[in-house]
Design a protein around this ligand. Structure first.
Ligand code: AGP
Length: 607
């Protein structure tokens, strides 16, 4: 997703902007640009490609003391230099960078053209620049305020004008913007990571808010020109968390740090005295939790699969009807909200448009919606009715890994809390929570097996189709494994219920289409073995993920990826790890850009 950086202060603006854009690269983009000014010059440089390509076209001597920058993930218009941001008005007096989609841009563009304005790009952003220029009468913040009044859609904007050197105006509606407050310098960005090298003091803007800043001051106001006072918050992340710390890719680092990230998700939330989970932030009393009769979990992508695990757990352990649903579907299905239903939205970034808009629709209908998020201060946790941070630390790789295991950690804790409030005995709770507490160590054990997984991945990297198969609690894990392989290796992979393949997908099986089976350590194990044999009877290769000691599987499967034994209901923590590593190693073998796969964005803030 697009990235915005703005700076005004004593440092060379070009360097600050380019460094900030580098830190936003993980979000996914296809072109980049900056506009820097020093009071005399006011120069824009932009091109298709990476930030390093942009740096090549910026003359050494260009420094400037203010400016704005952007990484673009194309929505309107092709990927080329012309459509890259920043965009200016046709007199080249002001420059804009923009995240979001303006839905009425064409009507506005037609009007501006009929008024004699000319356009150079296919973007909606250029329309914003022209509109602000038309409104400009010597005061940039007023011109921006008047212009955004006419916009329908979403925007995070940063704007500069040649006649007001050193001033940056920002406006937010639906796309995140954060103000960075420094010592004699100010920042504006779409993500705190862009400013963390300079300041840990942030002001998170809300929809309908604008800011006008110079290096020494800032003022906030709303779309009706009402002054706003906002709290300066502390950014809790550390800069080294944004580095690879010896790993070649962020994805590898984030896969391998899951022992610690799960530990952080569980920290302070395991209550041995009560043999239950303890979650602050739910904003619900014990009585209110006891009155919950149904749970709905709403999310996208990997977070949706984590929600599916949560829903299964709630039904199996807490005996509460629970269901996970795609956020993009919930928003438009006119959901039926009942007072005894509790909703969760799950989002690593806290900015996913589908999930944010679904939450708002549910809240409009009177639902209580709790967020399970990672990025502190992001939009979803700020607008939800409470919730739980997963504390996994910044997840930079586009492919989500540690967030998944931290998200399910929260659902294990919540499920235990709800189960113990209902029928789960102290002894059952204590046994379960003791095993949950061992998971970080078992994750570390599993990571020791990465070399074998790499060997298997290299043997299978040339295949063009895969099936990932699991049942019950491992069905969403199979879906997640398929998504991981798809999104970073570009190989077609389909997740399916293991029992369901005989109802159609088994037609896909031949010697060229391997099947990855998640073999449970109990319940449905025999049924899954039957499915494995059905696949092998049709020349299909079987890669099994199985529990240490299940030697029969080694007799049946063509390959086995072993995981340590644990409580069957905790198996998703461990079974997902070989799937993450398998996808990672296949992608490396195919020389893919593992951290920034083609076409993908880390946080999809558009519908
Ligand atoms: C997962 O690897 C993908 N990057 C994607 O499916 C992601 O999980 C989805 O876009 C949801 O993102 P969120 O958790 O930030 O809401």
């Amino acid at each position: 997703m697009c990235g915005i950086v703005g700076y005004c202060g004593p440092k060379p603006a070009t360097e600050v902007l380019l460094e900030g854009l580098k830190r936003l690269e993980y979000r996914g983009y296809d072109s980049a640009g900056v506009c820097v000014g020093d009071g005399e010059t006011f120069q824009t440089y932009k091109r298709r490609g990476k930030v390093r390509d942009l740096r090549e076209i910026i003359p050494e001597e260009v420094g400037g003391f203010y400016g704005i920058g952007h990484t673009r993930w194309a929505t309107h218009g092709g990927v080329n230099d012309q459509n890259a941001h920043p965009h200016s008005d046709d007199q080249n007096n002001l420059v804009v960078v923009h995240n979001g989609i303006i839905e009425n841009y064409q009507a506005l563009k037609n009007k501006l053209i009929s008024d004699g304005h000319t356009f150079k790009s296919e973007t909606d952003t250029e329309v914003i620049a022209q509109l602000i220029a038309v409104m400009y009468k010597g005061n940039l913040e007023q011109a921006v305020r008047e212009a955004v009044y006419l916009l329908k859609g979403t925007y995070g904007l940063a704007v500069v004008h040649r006649d007001e050197p050193g001033k940056i105006v920002g406006a937010r509606n639906g796309s995140p913007l954060v103000i960075g407050v420094g010592e004699g310098e100010m920042f504006l960005a779409s993500d705190v990571m862009a400013m963390m090298a300079h300041t840990k003091s942030a002001i998170y803007m809300e929809d309908g808010e604008l800011v006008s800043m110079t290096k020494d001051s800032y003022k906030m106001f709303d779309i009706n020109d009402q002054h706003i006072e906002k709290q300066v918050e502390h950014i809790h992340w550390e800069l080294e968390q944004l580095e690879k710390n010896g790993y070649t890719t962020f994805m590898e680092k984030e896969i391998h740090e899951q022992g610690q990230s799960i530990q952080r998700a569980l920290q302070g939330r395991i209550d041995f005295d009560g043999a239950t989970g303890h979650l602050g932030g739910l904003n619900l009393t014990a009585k209110e939790l006891l009155n919950i009769e149904r749970v709905e979990i709403v999310a996208a992508g990997t977070s949706y699969y984590a929600g599916m695990v949560g829903a299964f757990l709630l039904e199996r352990m807490a005996r509460i009807p629970a269901h996970a649903e795609l956020a993009s579907e919930v928003r438009y299905k006119n959901p039926i909200v009942q007072p005894s239903t509790l909703y969760f939205v799950v989002s690593q970034s806290g900015e996913t448009a589908d999930t944010l808009y679904a939450m708002r629709e549910l809240q409009r209908k009177g639902a209580t919606v709790l967020g399970v998020c990672n990025v502190v201060g992001s939009t979803i946790p700020r607008e939800s009715d409470g919730g739980v941070y997963i504390h996994s630390g910044p997840e930079i790789a586009v492919a989500s890994t540690k967030a998944f295991t931290s998200q399910i950690s929260v659902f294990y804790l919540f499920t235990l809390l709800m189960a113990r409030m209902r029928h789960y005995s102290f002894e059952e709770g204590y046994t379960f929570i003791s095993e949950l507490n061992r998971i970080p160590a078992l994750v570390e054990q599993t990571m020791q097996r990465a070399e074998h997984i790499r060997e298997v991945a290299r043997r299978y990297a040339h295949h063009e189709n895969f099936l990932f198969l699991g049942r019950g609690l491992l069905y969403p894990v199979a879906l997640e494994g398929a998504l991981k392989l798809k999104e970073i290796s570009y190989i077609h992979a389909e997740g399916y219920s293991a029992a369901e393949i005989k109802h159609g997908p088994i037609a896909l099986i031949n010697e060229h289409t391997p099947s990855v089976f998640l073999v449970p350590d109990g319940g449905l194990r025999e049924k899954v073995i039957n499915s494995m044999k059905e696949v092998q009877a049709r020349e299909g290769k079987v890669i099994a993920v199985a529990v240490d000691g299940d030697d029969e599987i080694a007799e049946i499967a063509d390959e086995v990826l072993w995981v340590p034994k644990t409580h069957e209901l905790l198996s998703p923590f461990l079974m997902v790890l070989p799937l993450q590593l398998f996808a990672f190693e296949v992608a490396l073998e195919l020389k893919r850009d593992v951290d920034q796969p083609r076409n993908l964005a880390k946080s999809v803030t558009v519908e």
